[in-house]
Design a protein around this ligand. Structure first.
Ligand code: SF4
Length: 368
């Protein structure tokens, strides 16, 4: 029986996001680590490796694929009610001790993380997405930056089929990978996990590349929504949240900020779960910073109006939500408030189509 590492080694091809160095070494640019990798070694993510001076990268499989409500990504300003066909590979460049996707993200790093890969082809994934009436194809579940060559192959097919494309990312990118993605990427959810570089380093990353990623994506015209998982006693101090939300508002006050509730997971158990009051306090800090769209996540039906989209100009309730369910949609077909005609930032559909489902929809992949 081959090991997971052996199976993954089989499912690779030469990468595009790297340069050759001397002595058969390579430097990878798929994420902010920019690993220099000697011959025979792998990068920090463990899934990209140097074989005889060639960078081999993940290819031809998925570790999971299903249709999710687009609200689950979360994208709240992109075609509310639509389905997002979501796929992921294995591995991550960070090692957050509270990861909620650790079974896929920590493959090859944590022997407990086992999620068998299934062979797949880009056309097959997109055919499945279309058959399930998805409007977007999203790379998620593991860190998509480190498997960007595969994501772009899938996105090229998705674009041919007229679908939107998205990343659910930790934002630890490089200018090279963002330029590579630019022609093919419409949407990006970026985690802003903390506003303190020391804490980012504990998770295996750095703050600065994430801030640069958010600025660059917005500058490129890619639709960005930001998520901060609020961990009591870890990243929820007033100065930290003020700095974090002022940064977002400085890029654009129209960037939606999702502040979501934490529950103990994976290896982090020393912090308690986030309360409704914690989320409300964070939302108030974000409001003071000038953010116009703030959402409280992971406690559906418990956070007052903090799941809804309000017009920042006149306060009209534009989209009413409970969890992933859309209860009411009132934007005009050209994405404006019906009350005061203010344009509302987002990628709206030109009208609301009733939700097919507000729950994840696991279905078999269509055969190649
Ligand atoms: S994706 Fe990131 S962690 Fe993996 S090899 Fe490339 S630079 Fe290193």
């Amino acid at each position: 029986m081959p090991t997971l590492a052996e199976v993954l080694r089989e499912n690779t091809r030469e990468g595009e996001l790297y340069e050759k160095l001397d002595a058969n070494r390579v430097r990878c640019y798929a994420c902010g680590h920019c690993c220099p990798i000697p011959d025979g070694a792998s990068g920090v993510c463990k899934v990209r490796f140097n074989e005889g001076g060639t960078l081999k990268v993940p290819w031809g499989y998925v570790a999971g694929a299903q249709c999710d409500p687009i609200e689950k990504k979360p994208f709240f300003h992109v075609r509310p009610g639509a389905l997002a066909f979501s796929f992921g590979m294995l591995g991550c460049d960070l090692h957050c001790s509270y990861c909620q996707n650790w079974v896929t993200s920590q493959a090859l790093r944590d022997p407990e993380a086992v999620s068998p890969p299934m062979r797949a082809a880009p056309e097959q994934l997109v055919r499945t997405a279309v058959a399930q009436h998805a409007e977007a194809v999203v790379s998620t579940y593991n860190e998509p930056l480190i498997t960007s060559e595969w994501a772009v192959a899938v996105f090229k097919e998705a674009k041919r089929a007229g679908l939107l494309t998205g990343y659910v990312s930790n934002g630890n990118a490089t200018p090279q990978v963002l330029e590579y993605l630019r022609p093919w990427l419409d949407l990006c959810k970026v985690d802003l996990k903390s506003f303190d570089d020391r804490r980012y380093r504990k998770l295996g990353g750095r703050l600065q590349p994430v801030l640069e990623t958010i600025r660059s994506l917005h500058g490129m015209g890619i639709w960005v929504e930001i998520v901060t998982l609020l961990v009591p006693g870890f990243n929820d101090s007033e100065p930290e949240l003020s700095g974090l939300t002022e940064f977002i508002a400085g890029v654009s006050p129209d960037l939606p900020w999702h502040v979501t509730a934490y529950h103990p997971d994976y290896k982090m158990h020393e912090h308690g779960s986030t309360s409704v009051g914690d989320l409300a306090r964070a939302a108030e800090i974000g409001r003071r910073a000038g953010l116009r769209f703030i959402y409280a996540g992971n406690l559906p039906g418990m956070v007052g109006g903090l799941e809804d989209t309000l017009c920042p100009q006149c306060g009209t309730r534009l989209v009413e939500r409970r969890g992933y369910r859309i209860l009411r949609y009132q934007l005009t077909t050209d994405g404006r408030c019906p009350g005061c005609s203010a344009p509302i930032a987002g990628r709206w559909a030109g009208g609301f189509r009733p939700q097919i489902t507000s729950r994840p929809l696991a279905q078999r992949l269509h055969r190649t």
